[in-house]
Design a protein around this ligand. Structure first.
Ligand code: RB5
Length: 149
């Protein structure tokens, strides 16, 4: 599974922590920046990873800003991206089971790094439930295809 990861300055330290964790777990990780800790704007980096997720060159995106809110807003502008802001493992599980979320937004100023690892683990290991949830996702896609015209 190819995982893209991006942050702003407020998510930078968590990003580095998660990259080390993901590599240790054997995932292929693509870092969309920033490369150094400096003040940046989250849409610039969130958009890079989200565009790759949208086009299918990565399978999942992990996007980290101070709260995760800005990153989730950016990511959900991209076709086919379903970003979920998760502050605990239960939300991550439901985001996969019910929403087939393919992007995880995290708040670097909200959750501790160890908890973020557990959220990421659950997010990556939980399969989509399908069935009635698929019907609902198809309805979202239909809404998007109307608004994109
Ligand atoms: C940066 O100060 C902060 O606004 C950003 O990291 C994020 O929380 C936005 O949603």
């Amino acid at each position: 599974m190819r995982i893209g990861i991006a942050s702003d300055h407020a998510g930078y330290e968590m990003k580095r922590y998660l990259i080390a964790y993901l590599k240790k777990e054997g995932y292929e990780v693509i870092d969309f920046g920033p490369d150094v800790l400096k003040k940046v704007d989250y849409p610039d980096y969130g958009a890079k990873a989200s565009a790759e997720l949208s086009s299918g060159t990565i399978d999942r995106a992990i996007l980290i800003c101070g709260t995760g809110i800005g990153m989730s807003i950016v990511a959900n502008r991209f076709p086919g991206v379903r970003a979920a802001l998760c502050y605990d493992p239960f939300l991550a599980e439901i985001a996969r089971l019910h929403n087939d979320a393919n992007a995880l937004a995290l708040g670097g100023r909200i959750v501790a790094n160890e908890l973020a690892c557990e959220i990421v683990r659950i997010f990556l290991e939980t399969k989509f439930g399908g069935g009635r949830h698929l019907r609902r996702i198809k309805k979202i896609e239909k809404i998007c295809s109307r608004t994109e015209k």
